[in-house]
Design a protein around this ligand. Structure first.
Ligand code: HPA
Length: 281
């Protein structure tokens, strides 16, 4: 079974569960906004109304996820009156999964009929103008993971062999994010996200390298998802929560609990931004 067929089976299972409660023709997933919630940002999904909650372990072809800070479930319903499909937790390359598996949920959401996608993550700040707690719109990215989910036979059902990346992140959505942030008095930055394989945090020398090549933030996720989203022509917005300054920038050592703690601290800002933003999308 190829990835496309696996995605179809996953999507059909999810549709069956999510629409099962509705006797009419109401379709809970088509035209929804997909939201992937990163480390420490997952509790936005707790605010979804009329929620159908599906554990990843129950979805055909989805792997298990065990990372601290990741719940591992899909929450389908309405947020602020807008149809959403929230991924509470994601799959990471460093967990040992193939990139095609890591990025599979985005393709499943495409089959479920999402009209746009918001991807979020916790990231280390490389730009010295950033601080712990800074929210950054992903303006562009550098794939430094040494792999790509689009390798192998092209899946024509999703998109073309050589997808453009000039507009990988949607300009209209970026603009909307800044307008919404201004309305809420939230200070939003923008920058280039560079993805490393992990699971270790980068060395100070690697962060120096990232800085020299033009990265503003570093992380271990998101890029596989952005690649398949662009391939499948899904208008996408990326938001990084800078949970720490990256290795060597301040000299402080890094640990996951502090990363989570900072993500939790900016949670309210982050949630109000997303909740208002989706009403304008
Ligand atoms: N590096 C990589 N990933 C991260 C970091 C970091 O400093 N902080 C949060 N995720």
């Amino acid at each position: 079974m190829n990835i496309y067929q696996k995605c179809v089976e996953s999507a059909n299972y999810i549709k069956g569960i999510a629409n099962g409660n509705y006797t009419d023709q109401y379709d809970t997933t088509s035209d929804a906004i997909g939201i992937i919630l990163g480390s420490g940002l997952g509790n936005l999904a707790d605010e979804v109304e009329d929620a159908t909650v599906i554990s990843y372990k129950d979805i055909p072809h989805f792997p298990m996820t065990n990372v601290i800070g990741h719940a591992g479930r899909m929450v389908i319903g309405k947020l602020n009156g807008v149809k959403v499909i929230c991924m509470q937790g994601r799959f990471h390359f460093y967990e040992g999964y193939d990139m095609k598996i890591v990025s599979m949920p985005v393709r499943v959401m495409k089959l479920l009929g999402i009209r746009s996608l918001i991807v979020t993550n916790a990231a280390g700040g490389v730009n010295r103008g950033f601080d712990e707690g800074t929210l950054m719109v992903i303006d562009d990215f550098i794939n430094f993971m040494g792999d790509n989910p689009l390798t192998g036979a092209n899946i024509e059902e999703f998109g073309t062999r050589f997808p453009d990346m000039t507009l990988a992140l949607d300009n209209k959505l970026k603009k909307l994010a800044f307008e919404t942030a201004e309305e809420l008095n939230i200070h939003l930055k923008k920058g280039v996200y560079m993805s490393f394989r992990g699971p270790n945090y980068e060395t100070p020398a690697e962060i120096h390298f990232a800085e020299v090549v033009g990265a503003d933030a570093v992380g271990m996720s998101t890029v596989p998802e952005l690649l398949v989203a662009r391939h499948a022509n899904i208008p996408t917005l990326g938001i990084s929560c800078i949970t720490n300054m990256a290795a060597g920038i301040t000299g402080k050592e890094l640990n996951h609990l502090e990363v989570e703690a900072v993500a939790k601290r900016v949670n309210n800002e982050f949630k109000s931004l997303i909740k208002l933003l989706i009403t304008k999308m």
